[in-house]
Write a protein that binds this ligand. Sequence first.
Ligand SMILES: C[C@](O)(CO)[C@H](O)COP(=O)(O)OP(=O)(O)OC[C@H]1O[C@@H](n2ccc(N)nc2=O)[C@H](O)[C@@H]1O
Ligand SMILES: Nc1ncnc2c1ncn2[C@@H]1O[C@H](COP(=O)(O)OP(=O)(O)OP(=O)(O)O)[C@@H](O)[C@H]1O
Length: 309
Amino acid sequence: MSATYSEQAPAKINLFLHVTGKRDDGYHLLESLVCFTATGDVLSGECRDDGAINLTITGPMSASLALEDTDNNLVVRAARMLQAESGTELGADLVLDKRLPVASGIGGGSADAASAIRLLCDMWQLDIDQDRLAEIALALGADVPVCLHGKTCLMSGIGEALTDLPDLPPIPILLVNPGKAVSTPEIFRAREDEGFSVSGLWDVSRVFTSGASLADALSECGNDLTLAATSILPEICDVLNALAREEGCLLARMSGSGATCFGIYDTDEQAEKAARAIAEQHPDWWVSPTRIVCQEARVLSNIGASFPD
Ligand SMILES: C[C@](O)(CO)[C@H](O)COP(=O)(O)OP(=O)(O)OC[C@H]1O[C@@H](n2ccc(N)nc2=O)[C@H](O)[C@@H]1O
Ligand SMILES: Nc1ncnc2c1ncn2[C@@H]1O[C@H](COP(=O)(O)OP(=O)(O)OP(=O)(O)O)[C@@H](O)[C@H]1O
């Protein structure tokens, strides 16, 4: 029996997201403080010697993806790109445990693609240098390089320029999604008439020791996609209000192009209490109390990796 490899695919949070310009090809220049959480998908796989790539999707958020052609899944696309790059004749039976809501601003698909790159490089023993892997990641999506990097960083360019920042402590964070997908290109199109933020606002040397100090610094920034996203999906305002209303919430903000929003807290108890209250009022929303993870999210080969539920 062949070994089972496993990789976590943590949710990506844009703690702030500024749109600072637009390139001639239509992609937007961004500046974003990105971190990762202890909540995420899990990808596992076994090696095949016939070159086939098979993907099975399980888990609470698998329904919509299971209806799509798996050839379009970012996990399969990442695998095919690595096969083409390396010339390997190996294949894989992959299982994606989908726990993150799809098309929700927390980079679920991008995190899965990044975890596929990590898992397959390990399983197929590929020797592809980091710069080339970063190019492959960017070809899969603007958020894939930062997910492959997996560490708290300042993301700029269209998503490819990453500057490491001091680790954040394991700050409690609550993720809430209203259960409706939003399309990233549609949100960028909807902000066409808005101006651009200035770049270079974030002091990259700042060190944070608590949720309160982080929330205080973040209050000087924002998410420049919020207006566009709430005009398309007004429920995002309900999510932001629900988070802000609960005791202990230091900052409530949307991540990425939405619709997932996050709240920052000082203690796990506050985040969990808020989660219970919001889940009770909105049983159809996805509510996930978690923490910022501070170390590089990788190296789980050959073990049955799983996130806490
Ligand atoms: C908004 C963010 O979530 C912030 O982290 C990401 O930039 C989105 O990254 P992503 O979902 O991986 O995006 P992609 O799949 O590469 O691009 C989807 C579409 O979003 C728009 N897009 C995306 C990234 C970017 N820097 N500028 C853009 O204008 C483009 O219309 C593009 O066709
Ligand atoms: N493994 C995957 N998981 C989620 N979506 C996927 C996956 N593979 C392909 N997709 C497609 O990618 C689209 C965007 O999904 P994703 O969850 O990455 O969006 P997102 O959370 O808005 O990401 P971002 O924050 O990077 O904009 C979905 O509509 C889906 O059809």
